[in-house]
Design a protein around this ligand. Structure first.
Ligand code: DNO
Length: 365
């Protein structure tokens, strides 16, 4: 596996590349450019600037998270073709500069969603959490305003301000898009994009819906094994793959993460792994937790073992971290807890690896 950390660029992140390169085992960053409006072409110069900066610290830039998909594509409007052409252009530019994996999602209007971004745990750390009772009281027309307040001045991926003023209109437009229609629109997009990705040797990886259920009456379609199976069959190409995000899919207790890793890993469709833990509470409620197994509800050993067993050689990153030690940065994307996360995941991997070697020695004897 290739261990990476997400980084938002010097304009948007107060964590430095120098700090990142000091985390044991991290060899690359997952790049994000937040200031290009969704749907516009990512120009070569802009990507090159990011690449040079990352490489000047001896780190690699081979994964982008995300190149977001314009709403017109998800809505299936006639204007989508223009945005699809732009997307292809962006893929070409990214590939020219050595990007191997592009992460995207197909969630209408909202990307990831939580009801609290700084719930305090007994040890004083704060985490993202989702509570149904709070969710039900949310004023969905003013959700962007509420979320932006929670972001505490930091701009967050998936919550571009440009959509803020269009929110009511978007709900109306999605009235004509049910899950089947959204599948059709995804298929249309992939049939255009995947042949280009194949030519460029760029792997496309869809991020699952987070949380994996419909919110505010909007359709959501990447929530389960069945959905992922349907996704990979829309265009049968290894370039049409997935981000196996343990925390997103894992929020539905019916999704067995190690089993999903083994199943889609063996098919060669996992191009990017997001690994984090969550703690289940009543019903659908959950908190994000530290990466450690005992702090949450997912068995991180089993998750890493599944990656090990499939011989995973793709990109992996720790996912959201808690806010600890007084750190002030983008919620979920602090340095300290993600660095602890990397160390823990590397520890598990190292132990599994050593055990595997010991076992194979025994077999040879
Ligand atoms: C949130 C992230 C998401 C993710 C996108 C990928 O923290 O996991 O914003 O990057 O859904 O397209």
């Amino acid at each position: 596996m290739k261990v990476t950390l997400r980084w938002y660029g010097s304009e948007n992140d107060n964590i430095s590349l120098n700090q990142i390169k000091q985390i044991p085992g991290v060899t690359g960053v997952v790049g994000t450019i937040l200031d290009i409006p969704v749907g516009e072409v990512w120009e070569l110069n802009r990507i090159l600037r990011l690449k040079k900066e990352v490489e000047s610290y001896g780190l690699k830039l081979e994964v982008i998270e995300s190149v977001n998909v314009h709403e017109d594509i998800k809505l299936g409007l006639t204007t989508r073709d223009k945005y699809i052409e732009n997307y292809k252009e962006t893929l070409k530019n990214l590939s020219t500069l050595g990007i191997k994996v592009v992460c995207y999602n197909f969630m209408p209007v909202f990307d990831w969603f939580r009801t609290d971004l700084s719930k305090e745990l007994p040890d004083g750390s704060t985490v993202f959490s989702y509570k149904e009772e709070i969710f039900e009281k949310i004023d969905k027309d003013n959700i962007f305003k509420e979320m932006l307040e929670k972001f505490d001045g930091f701009n967050m991926p998936g919550w571009e301000e440009e959509r803020l003023n269009k929110i009511k209109g978007l709900y109306t437009e999605y009235k004509n898009v049910n899950e089947e229609k959204l599948w059709e629109n995804l298929e249309y997009f992939l049939k255009e994009i995947i042949p280009v990705a194949e030519e460029l040797d760029t792997k496309m990886a869809i991020h699952p819906d987070d949380p994996p259920w419909s919110i505010f009456g909007l359709p959501r379609i990447i929530k389960s094994k069945k959905d992922l199976e349907r996704l990979i069959s829309l265009v049968d190409s290894k370039y049409n793959g997935i981000v196996l995000c343990s925390g997103s899919l894992g929020a539905n207790r019916d999704n067995n993460i190690p089993e999903l890793i083994r199943y889609f890993g063996k098919k060669g469709r996992i191009h990017f792994a997001h690994v984090r833990n969550i703690k289940f509470h009543k019903g659908r409620n959950f908190d994000e937790s530290s990466h450690k197994t005992e702090d949450g509800s997912l068995d991180m050993y089993e998750i890493m073992k599944a990656y090990y067993d499939i011989g995973f050689d793709g990109y992996i990153r720790p996912d959201h971290g808690r806010m600890i030690w007084g750190e002030k940065t983008k919620p979920g994307y602090g340095l300290y807890d993600r660095a602890l996360g990397v160390a823990y995941l590397n520890g598990l991997w190292g132990a599994i690896n050593k055990e595997g070697k010991e076992k194979s020695k025994c077999i040879q004897i």
